[in-house]
Design a protein around this ligand. Structure first.
Ligand code: COA
Length: 437
């Protein structure tokens, strides 16, 4: 199965040095043998690769992985705000910084188009994430967001948007430490401008703007291995519309399986089975916040949500985020909660289909209802709403239902990172309570 969550574009640029002229090619047998050896080492062990940019940043470095004397927590102390660089980092000639106002529909359409054509693809370039404009507005404007963190790069002359990076503020707890962080997302450079070391400039610029708000840590995910993941997760996929998934090449017909047996295998009931299962409403924000806070306290790294966060991140919005809960028919108590967000992928080069409608498991809390039953109801409503596939990471307790509910492992990995925060030895996916969009 393929997942549009993996991207290996960085490997092509990993050997280009920042600004340094290339060394003349050495074609001797020994040099060739050395290069083959190096190539094999890198293929088997991505952490052996040099990272010209990331090696200069306050992140866990691969060489420190075995050093048990290093403490958990901030890698570098904050610098006085007066010492934070006041001017934007220089861009190559013909490009300029551009702070994006997402209230502006035309600008939002430009951002949507940049990402729809240039954002993350799977390894075989069959699918590309297609975040909707409404989703982007939701993802980029949580409570107390900073407009200055929606950073575009455009061509000075044509004003065409050619690159983007964003941050949103969040409180994230690591063990007992609740830390103000930026969640960095939607790093994208136009396909025609790749491998020119523009990404490090974008990352430095968003870091500078985050520092200006007196925030010194960040959380982010990537399909590529960088120094150093706090954990590495896998996506699992549950077919809801198996025929279409097979037709577009997302999944394959299993050995000794026919299409009609496959369709039967993934068939779901027409309506949720748990009594009291209903959509979350505004009046549920307080009890849902209580449920979530108590639940997320179990995890080593998790968001520290308050009611404003829950209202923003979990109140249903059509084709953006869906949340359901179980209200006890007897006591009217809210006992369980589940949610998913909507992230379609464009199907590239298929004559019959242009889009896959995918639901992504978000935050789920099962207290009275068994988790497997709760998630089965989530699958049922996703099927009712015409999603083709339901995806989930192996974070939190998800492993407890993935196999039983007929999810299959994908081939994409998602690495989680913290900037300027060390968690010695990392954590297991099941110790992670954070889902980034
Ligand atoms: C990710 C992307 C912006 C990188 O740009 P690029 O032109 O390929 O790479 P550049 O030459 O500008 O920069 C290379 C540096 O960026 C780093 N980099 C590449 N992808 C990265 C990522 N997703 N997150 C953080 N750093 C990344 C590389 O590791 C390298 O630094 P290093 O030498 O220290 O290892 C670009 O490939 C892209 O837009 N891809 C599609 C969208 C995507 O995958 N976005 C990231 C989602 S997590």
């Amino acid at each position: 199965m393929a997942a549009p969550n993996n991207n290996d574009a960085a490997s092509a640029s990993a050997s280009t040095s920042e600004g340094a002229p290339a060394a003349p090619e050495d074609t001797s047998i020994e040099a060739l043998a050395r290069r083959v050896q190096e190539h094999m080492t890198l293929a088997n062990n991505p952490s052996a690769r040099r990272h010209k940019f990331w090696e200069t940043q306050p992140v866990g470095q691969f060489r420190d992985a075995a050093d048990v004397s290093l403490p958990d927590g901030a890698i570098e102390p904050p610098t006085p705000l007066s010492e934070v660089r006041a001017d934007p980092y220089p861009l190559p000639a013909a490009f300029e910084w551009f702070t994006c106002d997402l209230d502006d529909d035309a600008l939002l359409a430009d951002l949507y188009a940049l990402l729809a054509h240039n954002y993350v693809e799977d390894d075989e370039n069959m699918f590309r994430f297609n975040y909707s404009p409404a989703f982007l507005r939701w993802a980029l404007r949580p409570p107390s967001f900073f407009r200055a963190w929606h950073i575009g790069v455009r061509a000075t002359e044509s004003k065409k948007l050619v690159a983007f990076i964003s941050g949103v503020p969040a409180r994230i707890r690591a063990r007992d430490d609740v830390v103000r962080m930026a969640e960095i997302n939607f790093l994208c450079v136009h396909k025609k401008l790749r491998s020119k070391r523009l990404a490090p400039v974008l990352i430095r610029e968003v870091t500078r703007r985050v520092h200006q708000e007196n925030i010194w840590q960040a959380a982010y995910t990537a399909g590529v291995v960088l120094p150093t993941p706090i954990t590495t997760c896998r996506y699992w996929h549950r077919s809801l519309n198996p025929k279409k998934l097979i037709d577009v090449g997302f999944s394959r017909l299993g050995p000794r399986m026919t299409m009609s047996r496959t369709v039967r295998l993934y068939k779901l009931p027409d309506a949720p089975l748990t009594p009291g299962f209903r959509q979350m409403e505004l009046r549920d924000v307080a009890p849902v916040t209580r449920l979530l806070r108590a639940y997320l306290a179990r995890y080593v790294v998790a968001p520290d949500f308050d009611e404003l966060d829950v209202e923003h991140w979990l109140l249903p919005q059509e084709d953006v985020v869906d949340s359901y809960l179980v209200e006890s028919p007897e006591t009217h108590e809210i006992t369980d909660f589940c949610s998913f967000y909507t992230l379609p992928s464009s199907v590239l080069n298929n004559p019959n289909y242009s889009t896959l409608k995918a639901a992504y498991s978000y935050y789920n809390v099962a207290v009275k209802t068994p988790l497997q039953q709760l998630m089965n109801d989530a699958l049922i409503v996703a099927k009712q709403k015409n999603y083709d596939v339901f995806n989930a990471l192996d974070v939190m307790e998800n492993e407890a239902f993935l196999k039983e509910l007929k999810f299959g492992p994908g081939d994409g990995q998602l690495h989680y990172y913290l900037y300027n925060y060390r968690i010695r030895n990392g954590i297991k996916p099941s110790e992670l309570g954070l889902v980034l969009l």
